[in-house]
Design a protein around this ligand. Structure first.
Ligand code: SF4
Length: 443
């Protein structure tokens, strides 16, 4: 079920865009893709659920990906690893299952602190042949009352990098306890750094909202309850499967803008407050100071970013909310906003807030998008790591999309940090051009 709540325009944001892009045409691309696979989500999720372990069932390539992407963790006791299933070592499926069981036994005997184990599927053909959901059931029986064992796919064939989080959380939804009270509750859905979660919890508390839960939780032993009186707000725009699974458990989705920037954060909180029946005065009082602080912190970025032209390649599904923030609060010009998947229901508020006429594209066809990007000659391009180096070599300033997912960027206190992520590469380019005017002109 989805609740319909009209959006109010926040003070200090651009007027005249009410029609926005709600019904705007979308260019659909279905060509070659260049994005990370869903395994990448492990890098931020393993930090969140502190008694969980992510066991990638994959190849040496998969092991390399998560080891190098999460290189900072190699000195700590990690909460992820890879069971390498390699055709050369195995006679057949029975052998592969035995190998997987052996790795799981070894892991759980060495790490009794693990209370939730995800078997994460990948794309090598040896792994595709394995039925990981059966393996999870089989191993769950063996470790009953000790470890909860679930599975999901992070395969590059099925997922782009943020869809790994969606698949992981969707696999966890059936495990959530049923709510045993009729009291309405709010669930915030999506992996948030603890510091951001605490800020939101304080704001909800200041408004007088008592029953607020966060999913995923910090411990698998504190899974939030769900039921017909649960309303949920998405903190990330890429959680379509998770939202569907929660709806099947009876919960109601609250469509809202996403909490990026002052406007997005205010409207996201406002929708939660309205549904909970919080008086407007109390709501405004609760958000007043952090909102003012964030507005002040954004001012210096407005000077640096207004009028700058930005092009988004499709990568993380954060593109549309970020484009809304950059255009409405920082005055940037959107040349094209690409997203790997456009979930119209979840993004309806965001689309309505985008400037009319914004060029939107869904899916990827790298060469065509590169041509359009070069023709636009934007000041900055948001793209994946694979495209960033060649574009930089052409003299085009880039921002890695993945950094926007890793960094704490939600909420009032992080609004200026989010702006800084776009201002910094532009400043770096400006300095390079000043230091090496000749080279820059020729590049
Ligand atoms: Fe590569 Fe597939 Fe493994 Fe991802 S899951 S690292 S795309 S082999």
């Amino acid at each position: 079920m989805t609740a319909v709540i009209p959006i109010q325009r926040a003070a200090g944001t651009k007027a005249g865009t009410e029609a926005g892009c709600l019904d705007a045409p979308v260019l659909r691309e279905r060509g070659q893709r260049e994005v990370f696979c869903g395994l990448t989500g492990i890098i931020w999720m393993h930090r969140k659920i502190q008694d969980a372990f992510f066991l990638v069932v994959g190849s040496r390539t998969c092991a390399h990906l998560i080891q190098s992407a999460a290189g900072v963790m190699i000195f700590a006791e990690p909460r992820f690893g890879t069971a390498i299933i390699d055709e050369r070592d195995l006679a057949g499926i029975a052998d592969a299952n035995e190998e997987l069981d052996r790795v799981v036994r070894q892991l759980l005997s060495r790490r009794p602190d693990i209370k939730l184990l995800f078997l994460v599927g990948s794309c090598p053909s040896e792994v595709i042949k394995l039925d990981l959901s059966r393996a999870a059931v089989r191993l769950s029986r063996e470790y009953l009352n000790q470890v909860r064992i679930l599975n999901y796919s992070g395969s590059g064939i099925e997922t782009t990098f943020t869809q790994g989080e969606d698949a992981c959380l969707a696999s966890l939804v059936p495990e959530l306890p049923a709510a045993d009270t009729e009291a309405p509750s709010l669930m915030v859905v999506g992996c948030l750094p603890d510091v951001v979660e605490d800020q939101f919890a304080r704001l909800f508390g200041a408004m007088g909202m008592e029953h607020v839960q966060f999913f995923p939780p910090r411990s698998s032993r504190r899974l939030p309850a769900v039921g017909p009186n649960t309303r949920f707000l998405l903190a990330q725009p890429f959680l379509g499967e998770t939202a569907r699974a929660l709806t099947e458990r009876g919960a109601t989705h609250l469509p809202a803008p996403f909490p990026f920037g002052v406007e997005g954060t205010t409207e996201w909180l406002r929708i939660a407050a309205q549904v909970a029946g919080i008086a407007n005065g109390r709501f405004e009082q609760a958000i007043q100071l952090p909102r003012e602080r964030a507005q002040r912190a954004l001012e210096r970025y407005r000077e640096r970013l207004t009028g700058k032209r930005i092009f988004f390649f499709p990568d993380s599904q954060l593109e549309i909310p970020l484009a809304r923030f950059l255009s409405r609060e920082l005055g940037m010009t959107l040349t094209e906003v690409g997203t790997p998947y456009l979930h119209r229901d979840h993004l309806s508020h965001e689309l309505a807030l985008l400037p009319s006429g914004t060029v939107l594209s869904e899916g990827q066809d790298v060469d065509k998008q590169l041509d359009r990007c070069r023709a636009q000659s934007p000041d900055i391009v948001v793209c994946g790591l694979g495209l960033a180096n060649p574009l930089e070599a052409e003299g085009i300033t880039t921002k890695w999309a993945i950094e926007l997912v890793f960094s704490p960027v939600h909420g009032y206190e992080q609004s200026a940090d989010l702006a800084e992520l776009f201002a910094r590469p532009l400043l770096r380019r400006q300095k390079l051009n000043l230091d090496r005017p000749q080279e820059a002109a020729c590049s």
